[in-house]
Each structure stands twice: as structure tokens, then as C-alpha cells.
Design a binder for this molecule. Sequence first.
Ligand code: PLP
Length: 417
Amino acid sequence: MSSTAGRLAARAAALDSADPLSGLRERFLLPPGVVYLDGNSLGALPAAVPPVLADAVHRQWGTGLIRSWNEHAWWQAPLRVGDAVGRLVGAAPGQVVVGDSTSVQLFNALSAAVRLRPGRPLLVVDRDHFPTDRYLAASVARIHGLRLRSVPADALADLLSREGERVAAVLGAPVDYRTGRLTDPAAVTRAAHDAGALAVWDLCHAAGALPLDLDALGADLAVGCGYKYLCGGPGAPAFLYVAHRHQAGFDHPLTGWNGHADPFDPTEEYRPAEGIARARIGTPPMLSLLALEAALTVFDGVDPARLRAKSLSLTGFLIDCADDLLATEGFTPVTPREPARRGSQVALRHPEAYALVRALADREVIGDMRAPDLLRFGVNALYVSHADVLRAMTTLREIAGERAHRPYLAGQRAVVT
Ligand SMILES: *Cc1c(COP(=O)(O)O)cnc(C)c1O
């Protein structure tokens, strides 16, 4: 055992000292002594955010007051920050808007997709999708009189090739939010297009975590989260991508005044703005938008291929540590071992997942769990090291060995798990 631990420690040290991205951790304000492996739920705080927020509050809002809509270009922020997100997801300028939550943007994307493909009776969704995606797809189907078909992610392309001409749109995610399994969005997008259907992608666990190229992929619409790998802060606004070729036909279900062609001299009827501006709704959440804009500077000068390589090194090392340290304690990795099939997180199965995650947090190792039995460890390669990963796994082994999680086995769960 101690030789195993020593070998893993030596490997972590070697990988960290050869890591060309190790300096990026200084772009974050992480509490000392904490191992943070929950950036797939809430990204860590970028050091650039607090001064920008202080300026936004005191100078722009406090002093500038309403003038700041013009003087500090608040009005343009949803599209300006949209272009900044676009650079991270492979979208040329003018195709991304930022604002509202992922759930709201999912509703918008699915409704608009269905309206772009009238007369087709099916809306298809990944059966194992994040709950809000499934719930919203069901509601959009109901509103538009479509039937919802739920199939496993690896059956999406097949379904499209069989009955795709009846499908209006398919909603998928490159990364499974529980297991971290990566599915290639290209095959599904191609199958959708071959059948004349639209492909809508949820990038919540992909944006900022892996290289993405929405334009090259030919994605029709996409949404994603601002507060996970993009580190925009709790409740950060989400983003919506509408490919240039669909913008003229993009019929927004929420026709708010910000998306009007002339918001300050409105005609009686709603007349949508040209381009991606028609995907705006109402007054944007300026403080959150400015926080997200500042947060995105953590990616400045970072080569996405290098970030991906480090992420894979971290998740691969985590699986190796779990094999060596935790297999005898009843933990089973459920994340694919093949790098090409992994997102940026690892999930371990254990029947006492909830209690173990709570006990880990007591020892300053923060991950999370998804019911009923998955411990989830997200790695953001911008600030996580191999030493962090090893500490998380050795701490988990100690807890399991001591049964230190016993107090959490019974009793009430926290509201957020
Ligand atoms: C995190 C996440 C969401 C979150 O939606 P909110 O509206 O921000 O709560 C939605 N879908 C997926 C796939 C997610 O991972």
C-alpha cells in the first residue's frame, strides 16, 4: 500500500512539474487547503471578477446611473459577451447571445427549432439528459402538438436514420452530466441533417471543458451554462447559439422588447431585429453579465488543445488512483477509460455516495453526488493539479477505511447535493 501511495505521489509530482498550464491557477482565488473538484457545478472564482464587479457597482451603477447603458456599453453586453463565449465554442461572431438561465434558453432553442421545421411530428431527446432538458423538451412538444421520443444517447443517430424525416429536432449533449461519457456530436448532427431535422446541443458540461467547433460541426442551435467551466459565478447567465443560416427564420417564443428591431421606437407590432439580436428578450442582468465577461479572461491565451490534454491527464490519473486505492473499498469508476470518450469529470459508483461526499467536504475535498450512487469529480484543468486529484482519492480511501462518513448515512440530506 505505501509503495502504491508513494508511486502515485511521485507520478503526480512529475506530471505537475511538467504541466505547462500550472501557472493558470493564479488566475483564481481558491481558498488555501481546499481541493476543488466541483467546477462542473460551480466554477471557482476568477481573480479578475471582484474588481470588475466593484467597479460595475460603485462607478458604473452608483455614479453613472442610467447613463451607463450608453457610456459603459451595457446595452451591447449580451452580444459582446456572446462573442466572447463564441470564441470558446467555435462560433464566429454574431451567433451567440448571453442572458437568462440555461432552462430558459433551452425553451427558446427548442421552440425556435420546432418552428423552423413545421409539420414534423417528433421531438427527440436523449433519455438520460439532465432533468431540466427533458422537462422542457416535454413541455415544448406539448405546446406545439409534437410527440416526445426519448432514446439513449447512443441510439440517437440510429433513430434519425430510420425515421428522421418525421423529426423536427433532436436535443443532445456531448457530455453525460452524470457519468462524464463523451458522445461525438458529429454523427448525430449529420444524421439529423441527412433527414432534414435540426440538431440542438446542450453544452453545459462541454463549454470551457473541451475544444468545441460549433460552426464546423454544423450545429443548428446550442445552449450552455455560464457558471460551470466558464466560471461566471452562481446563476451566471447562460448562452444561446443560433447559426447564421437560421437567424432570418428564428422565430423567438419570447418576443421581448430587447429583441425588437427598434427597441426605443417600437412599432405597434413586434418586428424582430436582424441577426442574433433577435434572440434577446428583456433587460439583461448587468452585474452577472459583467462578472461573466471578466471571468472569461481566465481563458486568455490558453490553447484549448493543451487544456484538453491536461484535463484528460487529470481524469486519467483520477481513474488510476481509484483503481489502485479504492477498488478494495467498493468503488467502481463508471466514466469511460478511453480518453476520447471522456468529458472533464470522473464518476465513481458507491452505494454510500452521499455520505462519502459529505465526509470528504469535512476534510476540504469538494466534489458532489448524483442520486442514487454516483460520486462526481469534475476537473477544471485551469486550476486543478494532479496533486489535488491524489489528495482527493487518498482522503476518500481514509474516510472509507475509517467509516468516517457513518454520521451522514442516516438523517436528512442537505437541500443541494
Ligand atoms: C447545469 C445544467 C443545466 C442547468 O440549467 P439551469 O437553468 O442553469 O439551472 C441544464 N442542463 C444541463 C445539461 C446542465 O448540465
